[in-house]
Design a binder for this molecule. Structure first.
Ligand SMILES: O=C(O)c1cccc(O)c1O
Length: 569
């Protein structure tokens, strides 16, 4: 039975709002919601073409067919159920671009347990929060990745979150310390019959970039997310002959669903997992696997366009490059086709739902100057002023949206939901946009207090809270500072307590990092000030801080890339 039409129930009350009955019926009648589940979808693909390759993991040397992925999901589901993982349980999944990522999430989908998608960059602060807030039954990690030992991280998280019953490690049993368990020993021999979830049930919790202290969790259903997949496939030309290179972190909403790895699997196509997105790793893979499409954030797209002309690798199979996550400059967009010989699609999306694409047959000007238009004819778009009045086409204002794959509320966040959604269910995206006469969106800026560091979204308030925890810090404000490579990086303005020992910026950064925060959230620059600029009514003026941060100075050059650690200087 579908639960759509009423809030998801939980022992403590409703977990999150969902679509009102009349909308759910309309989306089903229109054929957007097809009544499929992820577990069922994989089963159907495996039956239709068992021997086609689904997942290529070059680092591990594995190539799993649809039949193999399906069988692995069954075996792992059975083993997880033997360990008490049940329908509705939350499981924090923090895996890099490895084949096991798909084995784990499809096993959970099949049970009806919900993956909570963490990123490899997250550390004990974020993971501890996800595990405790969702009351996670289990946490899945790699043994090591990028020179970091996730077993150490899991040990810390377990000590802090006693309710976390299991830690599963995607590694050989020998590399897994007690009381953790290797995935290889969880896989059962047989198959179990499970009732599984209904298409209207929640499939997973995705992470919001957010603008508040604690990251918000985004509840997506099988029905709604699946629509965003096949809708994306139609727009991006993905069919069973496509080969998708997953170059960004697999759990991120963009490479997962736009059209991403899950879109590719929906189409019966092939997913190639790229362990790192740099040209030296990605280009040989494109050549070897005859990759046809991939998705990148703007800084990486720039690096690829610079590296492509001199590469010895044959990139001629590449048909489409999707660029999204942050605004792609027009100049950079113009360089894509000449350098890479493929079509650029700009994608402006959000894990909360709405995804916009430029179309494959849009003219060049539209492709390089807009961020596309929505997937669905039933994506409702409003551009409004500060008082929610609709603005005429062409005017710049706040983007509000509602539709068949946009959530009606975050998971267990009633107070935040009252601010982030209108009474009639429009999501306040926090983006400032303008509509062109053709219905394409141009992103002009942002109203939410967030820094977009090369596609990685950072909530200013979250970082400010960590700075405020320093005993010598009286007050702190974090704003975006322009960066030629990342688009934006973070600048923290800090007022020290009267009489506090002088601090060096590096000490502040070290302090934030030592609090167990993802490295991309550590401020790139720390500046000590005596006071913050104020507005007329005496509030702190972030606007003035932003213009101060934008002043040209002799500051060091481009910051580190997405996924890199900011330097300690
Ligand atoms: O979150 C994003 O930035 C994003 C970008 C492109 C496409 C998506 O689906 C996204 O969620």
């Amino acid at each position: 039975m579908s639960v759509t039409g009423r809030p998801y129930e939980h022992a403590d009350g409703p977990e999150c709002p969902t679509w009102p009955q009349e909308f759910a019926e309309r989306y089903r009648a229109a054929g957007y919601w097809r009544g499929e589940t992820f577990g069922g979808m994989l089963r159907e693909r495996a039956a239709a073409h068992p021997d086609r390759v689904a997942i290529v993991d070059p680092a591990a040397g594995s190539r799993w067919t649809y039949e193999e992925l399906d069988a692995r999901a069954d075996r792992l589901a059975a083993g997880l159920m033997e360990r008490g993982i049940a329908k509705g349980d939350k499981v924090v999944v923090q895996l890099p671009n490895v084949a096991e990522f798909f084995e784990v999430i499809f096993a959970l989908f099949r049970i009806g347990a919900l993956p909570v998608f963490a990123l490899p960059a997250h550390r004990e602060t974020e993971i501890g929060y996800f595990c405790s807030f969702t009351e996670a039954a289990a946490y899945v990690i790699p043994a090591e990745h990028g020179g970091y030992d996730y077993r150490d991280l899991a040990a810390k998280v377990r000590a802090e979150v006693p309710k976390l019953r299991h830690v599963f490690v995607a590694a050989d049993a020998g590399e897994v310390p007690e009381p953790f368990e290797a995935l290889s020993s969880v896989r059962a021999t047989g198959q179990v019959e499970v009732a599984g979830p209904a298409p209207g049930d929640l499939a997973f919790l995705q992470l919001s970039g957010g603008s508040t202290g604690a990251p918000k969790l985004i509840p997506r259903t099988h029905d709604d997310y699946m629509y965003s997949l096949w809708g994306s496939n139609e727009i991006c030309g993905v069919d069973q002959d496509s080969v998708y290179l997953c170059a960004l972190p697999a759990a991120h909403n963009f490479p997962l669903s736009s059209p991403g790895s899950l879109g590719a699997l929906y189409a019966g196509a092939r997913v190639v997992l790229c362990p790192r997105p740099s040209p030296d790793v990605a280009f040989p893979l494109i050549a070897r696997e005859r990759v046809t499409l991939t998705g990148l954030v703007p800084p990486l797209a720039l690096v690829w366009t610079e590296a492509a002309p001199g590469t010895p690798h044959d990139l001629s199979s590449l048909e489409v490059l999707l660029v999204g996550g942050a605004k792609f400059s027009e100049e950079a967009a113009r360089r894509v086709r000449p350098a890479l010989g493929c079509t650029l699609q700009q994608v402006f999306g959000m894990a909360e739902g709405l995804v916009n694409y430029t179309r494959l047959d849009d003219d060049e000007e539209t492709v390089v100057t807009t961020q596309g238009r929505p997937i669905s004819p039933d994506d409702e778009i409003r551009v409004v002023d500060d008082d929610d009045n609709d603005l005429p086409v062409g005017a710049t204002g706040h983007l509000l949206t509602r539709g068949p794959y946009t959530i009606r509320g975050y998971w267990r966040a009633p107070r935040h939901n009252a601010r982030s959604f209108t009474e009639d269910g429009f999501y306040r995206t926090g983006d400032v946009v303008r509509l062109t006469p053709t219905g394409h969106l141009v992103v002009e800026g942002r109203a939410k207090d967030q820094i977009n560091r090369g596609g990685e979204k950072i909530a200013a308030e979250e970082v400010e809270n960590h700075l405020l925890a320093h005993p010598s810090v009286h007050d702190a404000n974090v704003v975006a500072e322009p960066d030629p490579y990342l688009g934006e990086r973070t600048r923290a303005y800090v007022i020290l307590r009267a009489g506090a020992e002088p601090l060096k910026p590096v000490a502040v950064k070290k302090f934030v990092r030592a609090r167990g925060l993802a490295a991309y959230k550590v401020p790139d620059h720390v500046e000590f000030v005596d006071a913050f600029p104020q507005t007329g009514v005496g509030k702190i003026s972030k606007k003035d801080l932003r213009s101060d941060a934008a002043r040209p100075t002799d500051r060091p050059g481009p910051g580190p890339g997405p996924g890199d650690q900011p330097s300690d200087t």
